[in-house]
Design a binder for this molecule. Structure first.
Ligand code: SF4
Ligand code: SF4
Length: 375
């Protein structure tokens, strides 16, 4: 059996093992859980450790996605979440990146032990390279729990302001404490200062101090990412700082209407990157780059690549891809595989969903761009 089908078989083996051991009600619930169907993005599959967040950062859009401003336990056991992931046909063991902390704070006291257990089980059963973003204080037991879950865990500690934190992140721990403990975590795990979302006029005004303090405490990496706003975010920002609201509005190409819109701030990010270069930090312009680097892996899945360890190219060859396509019932016209990506020609009428699945799954496995033509 080739390498791609082996990955699928590994996932099914986990599925069977958990199914045998889990109570029926957990199995039933996991089959309806969103982790079963969520499609990974380039940063990986987002894994939710709880529901909602009580930090109430004014720039956070999760409240406009329907999440509460409190932290509620995830309505499934940790084993149940792993089982739901094992049912997800887009998840490739050891290849799909796992991203924790995108819509909640994983180390909130209510959910910290659940999060650490979930991270450990996901890595033990599926081997997904793990990354977490957090505003919590990374004390000894959190860091040792993360190291026990995945010895190459990529940690992102968010700091976007020091002076304005009480206004913009009213219930989150002090940013100085976050930085001090990020330095502590850096001794054991790949830890990055996470400057996301960059708040124009705020983050850039403070960046030299943020970076200086971080470097003094031993942080060596930085991830820079943009601010995305919704109508709700704009309204909350207006409520605490009308001038900041005006500055952000001036950078928008259009009204956010129902969804999210990214703030144009290349100039501000450039300013941050220059400061990081002055302090000789390793700079990532996307969270996935830090995860790939932490795990010494390679990725060339998007136009920002190639990223990481070029010695790790080659998770599968053309024969493995052909075998996988045949197994998926696809008549093959041809495959061209290079370090830049893979071009696949398919013959016959193939449903759009199937093509979409093949593309997304192969991207996870190969970590390359996948182009498909169907004639
Ligand atoms: S800590 Fe993160 S998830 Fe929680 S409110 Fe702030 S930005 Fe949102
Ligand atoms: S090529 Fe780099 S930026 Fe693009 S998805 Fe891969 S790690 Fe992320």
């Amino acid at each position: 059996m080739g390498r791609i089908l082996t990955l699928i078989e590994d996932r099914k083996r986990v599925q069977r093992e958990l199914e045998r051991n889990l109570p029926t009600e957990v199995v039933e619930r996991a089959r309806r859980d969103p982790h079963r169907r969520r499609i990974p993005r380039p940063c990986g599959i987002t894994i939710h450790t709880s529901v909602g967040c009580s930090n109430r950062c004014v720039y956070c859009y999760i409240y406009d996605m329907g999440f509460p401003a409190t932290v509620e336990k995830y309505p499934l056991t940790a084993e149940g979440v792993v089982y739901a992931l094992s049912l997800n046909r887009y998840v490739a063991p050891a290849r799909t990146l796992a991203a924790y902390g995108s819509v909640t704070e994983p180390f909130n006291p209510i959910t910290k032990s659940f999060s650490l257990k979930l991270m450990k089980l996901v890595h033990r059963y599926l081997g997904l390279p793990s990354q977490v973003s957090t505003k919590s204080i990374l004390n000894g037991d959190t860091v040792s729990g993360l190291a026990a879950a995945d010895p190459r865990f990529s940690i992102l500690v968010t700091v976007v302001t020091i002076d304005r934190a009480r206004v913009l992140e009213p219930y989150a721990p002090s940013p100085i404490d976050r930085i001090v403990h990020a330095g502590y975590a850096s001794r054991y795990l790949h830890t990055s200062l996470f400057i996301r979302p960059v708040i124009p006029g705020v983050t850039d005004a403070e960046i030299d101090r943020i970076i200086k303090v971080s470097v003094e405490h031993g942080v060596k990496h930085i991830v820079v990412g943009s601010l995305r706003v919704t109508r709700g975010v704009l309204s909350r920002i207006h409520g605490v700082d009308p001038q900041l609201h005006k500055d952000i509005i001036s950078r928008l190409s259009r009204e956010p209407r129902g969804g999210q819109i990214t703030v144009a701030e290349t100039d501000v990010k450039d300013r941050i990157i220059r400061s990081a270069m002055d302090y000789q930090l390793k700079i990532y312009t996307s969270a996935c780059q830090a995860n790939i680097d932490a795990h010494k892996e390679f990725c060339n899945m998007c136009r920002m690549g190639p990223c990481g360890n070029t010695g790790r190219v080659g998770a599968a060859d053309e024969g493995d891809i052909a075998e996988f396509l045949e197994h998926s019932g696809i008549r093959l016209g041809g495959i061209r595989l290079s370090r830049d990506g893979v071009d696949i020609e398919m013959r016959g009428r193939i449903r759009r969903e199937r093509i979409e699945y093949v593309k997304r799954f192969l991207e996870q496995v190969l970590r390359l761009r996948v182009e498909i033509r169907n004639r």
